[in-house]
Design a protein around this ligand. Structure first.
Ligand code: SAM
Length: 304
């Protein structure tokens, strides 16, 4: 489950994305990651990450030794987040003892030139572009866009020998434990909201993006060479504490569901939603809440 819209969220999106880092670290599928490493071009590739948010993925990929030199473009529709990315990446580099310098359009981290591009993806694909990317990345993003409409144009951003890594694609299953009698009703309504969502004036994703990507990728001429699950699993330690800032992450997930459903009493009665949220909030505060979201990762080659 992803959450992204500047206008409709009632939490700190930058803090949410930073809190999501440790959850994604555990979730990203290592078999698919190994495929990405095997396909990664030698030298100094040009990487384009769409919906890059705060830039936590480029930091992770430097940490994991997947990228080190070349150019890495962070594209996002949220200008504030991109501004936050410059600071966040500088602080991150500083904490690791990596040289970093702020530049007018991004920053330099060691040998990697990070460029920030403020653009809405649909509009970006419709406009003319310069150099194509060797590597295209989208993490927790494709479930926020109309994949059949966007995917062909997205893949055209790749050079003919380019590769893609599309990760953390939500796939229709959120589990909260312990069970609550209203779980099915709340999640059915939330999935319907995902399926009908409009953002930036365009249809914005669907709740079963993960499973549908197998065929969307094949139809776009770029079938996955590797696929696997990247489920988020967030649970408290035996003492009831959550790792890092993951309690905030869970609070943000609950707020996202609240924001999506609070004006839809036709789908979940207000009193039922309030009861469900109150109980989940109490379990979170008591260190009892477990959350699992089913997601899928894919890696493959450009149709070119
Ligand atoms: C759930 S966040 C994920 C951010 C980042 N990839 C991560 O995993 O930390 C989704 C991001 O996609 C961006 N986004 C959503 N729809 C977009 C669109 N149509 N065009 C460009 N960016 C978009 C949002 O602004 C947000 O930063």
């Amino acid at each position: 489950m992803t959450s992204s819209d500047e206008a409709s969220t009632t939490f700190d999106l930058a803090r949410y994305l930073a809190a999501k880092t440790t959850v994604d670290d555990r979730a990203l599928n290592r078999h698919v990651l190994a495929e990405l490493r095997g396909l990664m071009p030698a030298g100094a590739p040009r990487v384009l990450e769409v919906g890059a948010g705060l830039g936590t993925m480029v930091a992770r990929l430097i940490d994991w030794g997947v990228v080190g030199g070349g150019e890495y473009v962070l594209l996002d529709a949220d200008r504030q987040l991109l501004e936050g990315a410059r600071r966040w990446l500088c602080d991150w580099a500083h904490a690791r003892g990596l040289r970093s310098d702020l530049l007018p359009d991004g920053l330099q981290v060691g040998d990697l030139r990070v460029r920030l591009v403020h653009a809405e993806l649909g509009g970006y694909l419709e406009a003319a572009h310069g150099a194509r990317a060797d590597v295209l990345i989208a993490n927790a993003v494709l479930d926020l866009v109309d994949v059949p409409a966007v995917l062909p144009g997205l893949l055209r951003l790749l050079s003919p020998s380019g590769i893609y890594w599309f990760t953390v694609n939500y796939d229709g299953e959120s589990i909260f434990a312990p069970d609550h009698p209203l779980d099915d009703q709340v999640m059915r309504a939330y999935h319907r909201d995902m399926d009908e969502r409009i953002r930036y004036g365009r249809p914005a994703g669907e709740s079963r993006t993960g499973r549908h990507l197998f065929h969307h990728l094949r139809d776009a001429g770029a079938p996955a060479l590797a696929a696997g699950s990247s489920d988020w699993v967030v649970c408290p330690a035996p003492d009831g504490s959550y790792p890092a800032d993951e309690a905030y992450f869970l609070r943000s997930i609950l707020n996202t569901i609240r924001d999506a459903l609070q004006n839809r009493p036709d789908r979940v009665k207000s009193a039922d939603l309030a009861e469900w949220l109150a109980e989940r909030g109490r379990q979170l505060a008591a260190g009892e809440l477990v959350y699992i979201a089913h997601q899928l990762d894919f890696a493959g080659r450009s149709p070119g």
